[in-house]
Design a binder for this molecule. Structure first.
Ligand SMILES: [Zn+2]
Length: 317
């Protein structure tokens, strides 16, 4: 049973009387919970825990970094996640940056919906957007944004949000990030330091992201088969590691070339000494296999582990 449509909060404290009272508060105060994720301090909210299959009844990949009630960063914008963004209480006037792990539909399809909503939200400062470069099969991030919002783009009627010479309320600023297996700094401001590594997702250019804020390290695997040293380096000592549980143990063929099975997730979490592991991007082929998945991970990693659902909130204490 979902207690609140807006926030399912996971606190890393024992079942103290205060926590019981707080949980009851969240359980029975849906309107008060509307903007509760990250209202104090730093938290990550899962907007989309599934995808791309619609029958999973989950939004596709997307996450929000909250700080003191402000949605500071959006990581991916898969199908359905724009609705969850609104349900979370976030505003498109708030994010300092938007990050794409890669440009598959289940990570980018609601980007245009977020941007259209921003039109009505009095955003008045640039929106930096970072994502992978392109190759023969996929557009670069800059190309993707211009294909949508350039003056010749599919949504060219909104080109004032992108094209420098046009008058408008604010501009998107897309960038391509050429990363390697060593984390590279990509973006920083007074509160966030963002870095990336290249991760292997078949032939699709893809990035893992790390956000450092207030001494906390939050790492997003994105979609990857787990090959290479990049992700363990990025995730080293992470306070929160969000890994994609898109295939079950024993997956073969194209599924395995694109995604990491639980054993690989567990090994990376253990090697990187992550302090909290969250499993997201739960597909029909992994839903219902949580016990086996957890058992496989537990052979290697013994820290906290949670299977994410849409709107789950993970405060960083
Ligand atoms: Zn995906």
């Amino acid at each position: 049973m979902r207690l609140s449509p807006n926030c399912r909060c996971f606190f890393n404290f024992a079942s103290s009387p205060q926590s019981v009272i707080l949980l009851l508060f969240y359980a029975f105060s849906p309107s008060a919970a509307a903007q509760s994720c990250g209202s104090l301090g730093v938290a990550v909210q899962v907007l989309g825990s599934g995808g791309p299959e619609l029958q999973d009844k989950r939004a596709s990949s997307s996450y929000l970094l909250w700080e003191d009630g402000q949605a500071k960063a959006v990581i991916d914008a898969g199908g359905g996640s724009a609705l969850r963004f609104g349900e979370s209480g976030a505003q498109m006037s708030q994010p300092d940056v938007l990050l794409f792990s890669h440009l598959h539909v289940d990570h980018s399809a609601d980007f245009a919906a977020l941007i259209k909503s921003s039109w009505f939200e009095d955003r008045n400062r640039p929106l930096p957007i970072y994502g992978p470069p392109g190759n023969d099969f996929m557009p670069a991030t800059t190309e993707f944004v211009y294909d949508l919002f350039g003056d010749k783009g599919a949504y060219g009627y909104l080109s004032e949000l992108l094209v420098p010479k046009e008058q408008g309320s604010y501009k998107m600023r897309p960038h391509n990030v050429t990363a390697s297996l060593t984390p590279v700094p990509v973006f920083h401001n007074e509160s966030l330091a963002v870095s990336a590594v290249r991760v292997i997702h078949g032939g699709v250019p893809a990035l893992g992201w790390r956000i450092e804020t207030r001494g906390k390290l939050i790492v997003f695997s994105g979609d990857t088969n787990g090959e290479g040293e990049g992700l363990p380096r990025l995730a080293m000592n992470a306070d929160l590691f969000i890994a994609h549980n898109a295939v079950p143990e024993g997956a073969t063929g194209i599924e395995r070339r694109l995604h990491m099975p639980p054993s690989v997730i567990g090994q990376i979490a253990a090697d990187a000494h992550v302090k909290n592991l969250v499993l997201s991007h739960r597909m029909l082929r992994t839903l219902g296999k949580e016990a086996e998945t957890e058992a496989e991970i537990r052979k290697r990693y013994s820290g906290p582990l949670t299977f994410a659902n849409d709107l789950d909130c993970f405060p960083l204490k």
